[in-house]
Write a protein that binds this ligand. Sequence first.
Ligand SMILES: Cc1ncc(COP(=O)(O)O)c(C=O)c1O
Length: 443
Amino acid sequence: MLGFALHGPRRGDQLLRELRAAIGDGRLAPGTRLPSSRELAADLNVSRGLVVAAYEQLTAEGWLTTRRGAGTVVALAALPHPTHHRVPGGAPHPLPLRPGVPDLALFPRAAWRRAYHHALSTVPDADLDYPGPLGAPRLRQVLAAHLGRVRSARADPANLFVTTATAQALTLLARVLPGRLVGVEDPGSAGLAEHLVSNGLTPVPVPVDCDGITVPPPGLAAVLVTPAHQYPEGVVLSPARRAALAAWARAEGALIIEDDYDAEFRYDRDPIGCVQGVAPDVTALVGSVSKALAPAVRIGWLLAPPYLADNLVAARLAADRGGPALEQLAFAALLESGGYDRHLRRAARSYRTRRDALVAAVGEHLPGARVGGVAAGLHAVITLPSEVDDVALCARALALGLGSVPLSTLRHAPGPPGLVIGFAATSPGELTAAIRTLASLVK
Ligand SMILES: Cc1ncc(COP(=O)(O)O)c(C=O)c1O
C-alpha cells in the first residue's frame, strides 16, 4: 500500500522510520492522504493501535496533520527542504508562488563580488585562523550597528553570534534551553516546527489572532514568534501583545525567540522595531539574509540575552567553531559600503509592484477570496470560502507547476481554508496568470 513491509521485533519503531523516510525523500508528497489506520494495519499485518500511535507521534512532530473529514495527510514544510518539494519534471525551481523565496535573479552579484574581493584582499593573515565561537569580530561590530539602526535592537557585539542562518541559531538555542517544551505559532511554519523537533524540542501550538500570538500557557521553556510579519497570517504583533509576551516570559523564566522573519520588507510604513529592543533580558533575536539576499549565503545572527552567552559559546564551539570567516567578512564589507541597504531598497520596489499585481489579480479572478498580510514581507495569505478543500486545490496546482501552500496544513486549530502565496519571485504577468489558473481550479 505504501511500498514497504515490516519484519521482526519493534515494529512500531520501524513504522515510524519508514513513514519519516517516505515523507523525507518525497515518496509521500505534501498533501498526500494516508490510508486509514484500519487499512494500513491490515496491509502491514500489525495492530491498529500501533498505526494510530505512529500517526499521533508523527502528527505531534509536524510530519502529518489531521484534518476533519480528510483524515491524515502529509504536512507541508515551509522551510526550504528540497526533499519535501517534489518539482514536476522540467518545472522551474523554485516553483512560482512558493512562499518564503526572494527573487534570486535580484541577488547583487556585482556588489557581493566587490565585497568578497575587499574582504579577501584586506584580511590580515592572523584573521584566517578560527574566527572564534561568535563569528568574525569585524562583522559582529558592523552588524550590531546595523541591527541597532534598522531594527531598533539593543545589540552588543559581546552577545551577537554570527550563525549559519536561522537554522543554526535555533539549533544552538535548543542546546541551551532548560526545558524541552517550546510554544509555536498556530498557524505557523511547519518547517520551523520540524526543525525544533529534529533538535529534540517539543512544539506546543499557541493560537494566533489578529494581534499576533496570544499569551502562551505556563510551563514552556521558550516561545518562537515571528512578530514583524507573522508566518503565515502576515499580522504584526501588536504593542499590547509585545508587552504581554515580555511579562509572560519574565514571570515564567522563559525565553522569547524572535524570528525576525521578513522584517526587511515593509510597504506601508517604516519597519516596526523588534521585541528584543524593548525586552533584551528575555529575548533572543534571530535573523538571516535568506530573504534579503538569498538562502544560499547561509549567514544569520543570534542576539542572545547575556545569561545564555556562556552556554551558547560552548554549543557553538561544538557545532563548527565559528563558521566560514571569509563570507562573514564579505557581508561586513557589503554592509559597510551601503550595498546591502541599496539592494534592500531595490528589492522592496520590485516586491511592492508584484504584491500590487497579486492583489489586483485576486480581486479580479477570485472574488470570494480575502487577501491578508500584504503590508510586509514576501508572501500573502488568501482566505477561501469554507467549502474549498485547500489541500486538494494545492495538489492540483502543484501538478500544474504552482507552489502555493494550503493554509490548513499549517494549523492545529480549525479555521477557514486558504492559500499561502509567495509573490516576490514571480513577475507581475506570471502572478496574474497563476491566479487565473488557481481560480479555474477552484470553480
Ligand atoms: C518562518 C521562517 N523563518 C526563517 C526562515 C529562514 O531560515 P534560514 O535563515 O535558516 O534560511 C524561514 C525559511 O523559509 C522561515 O520559513
